[in-house]
Write a protein that binds this ligand. Structure first.
Ligand code: NAP
Length: 319
């Protein structure tokens, strides 16, 4: 039997470990591809820790959620196999799920950038009726996905982008990358609420990477300061760096044309997602946006899991 190297999750309490496993046996209609690069995103870590809605229900399981792959014809592709695993020298995939990657694209940059960027791309293109010229607040704009959201909103035609986050120097950088206004989220709740109210009272869409208590504060501030109560405000929950739950008063929902919805893999039809992400791959390959990859080889998967990304970088495993 032919064997390959793969990173397996054997316990939700440990990082994945490299093991020798049988080469993939493709099901009818599948093809076997070479894996070139895999991103270690918050979702990748969450899945491997048993904390994501696509976490495996039995172990051991293959780690990894996305990959840049090389197909038998030599072309490159990007796959998102949330919950199915990608961190092996070869994997079997459904050809329809492979998003074409233009020649010359850097697999490490692409895999570092796709997951952070697709969160806002998917939200604005598939979850809300976003129109050119509308204004967007990115709540939690200083992480990779949030800072990509500033660029993506601008790329997709936002008329005004407000970036809110904790890290002041990252916020300052965002003013040269698409943000018209910045709001620093500080421990001073009154000052934070006042700054959000001033900058974001009339936005059309909020892309929220924080949730939890900071979002409760932000919702109260924005809704309380809104002057056009019937102007629709779509608040899109994308990430949960500030907590997984909020308390919301019924008053908030009744007092404005306020809609809350989420955006993630479970919320978008696969065909729609593949169509949208083909365009996003092309935009990243053309240099419209990039997260800096921090590469590790497969045999250092434990070190890769232990590495904490600096602002603007993403751990990537190269095979
Ligand atoms: N639904 C989707 O499709 C999707 C896709 C990608 C990512 N996500 C989610 O989005 C979130 C961010 O992902 P990422 O890739 O950007 O991760 P990341 O690069 O690790 O950034 C996380 C950032 O969150 C900020 N943060 C942490 N606690 C915060 C708080 N209490 N208030 C405000 N900001 C806080 C930190 O920035 P500062 O220290 O500067 O504040 C940190 O840089 C994660 O929850 C991830 O799972 C969702």
């Amino acid at each position: 039997m032919s064997m390959i190297n793969a990173a397996l999750v054997e316990s939700f309490d440990e990082p994945p470990h490299v093991r020798s496993v049988p080469a993939p046996a493709p099901a009818p209609g599948q093809e076997v591809v070479d894996v070139l690069a895999v991103g270690v995103h918050p979702a990748t870590r969450g899945i491997a820790a048993g904390k994501h809605y696509t976490s495996p229900t039995s172990l051991p399981a293959l780690a990894g959620a996305d990959a840049v792959v090389r197909r038998a014809d030599g072309s490159l592709g990007y796959v998102m196999l949330m919950g199915a695993g990608t961190l092996a020298e070869h994997i079997a995939v459904d050809p329809a799920a492979v998003i074409p990657v233009p020649d010359g694209a850097d697999p490490a940059v692409l895999v570092a950038t796709m997951n952070p960027a697709l969160s806002s791309w998917g939200a604005l293109r598939t979850r809300v009726p976003f129109q050119t010229g509308q204004s967007v607040l990115v709540h939690g704009a200083t992480g990779n996905a949030g800072s990509m959201a500033v660029k993506v909103a601008r790329h997709l035609g936002a008329g005004h982008v407000v970036a809110a986050g904790r890290n002041r120097s990252r916020l300052d950088e965002l003013t040269t990358q698409g943000a018209d206004q910045i709001v620093q989220l500080t421990p001073d709740q009154d000052a934070t609420a006042a700054a959000l109210a001033r900058a974001a009272a009339e936005v059309d869409v909020v892309l929220d990477y924080v949730w939890g208590p900071p979002t409760e504060l932000a919702m109260r501030a924005v809704l309380g300061a809104r002057t056009q109560h019937t102007r629709v405000l779509d608040w899109v929950q994308i990430g949960g760096t500030g907590g997984d739950a909020i308390t919301l008063s019924g008053h908030a929902l009744r007092s404005n044309a306020f809609r809350i919805l989420g955006s993630g893999f479970g919320a978008v039809d696969t065909e729609v997602m593949l169509r949208e992400f083909t365009e996003l791959v092309a935009a990243i390959a053309a240099g419209a946006m990039a997260v800096r990859p921090h590469p590790f080889p497969l045999d250092q998967v434990e070190a890769a899991w232990a590495h904490q990304d600096a602002p603007g970088e993403r751990t990537v495993i190269l095979l």
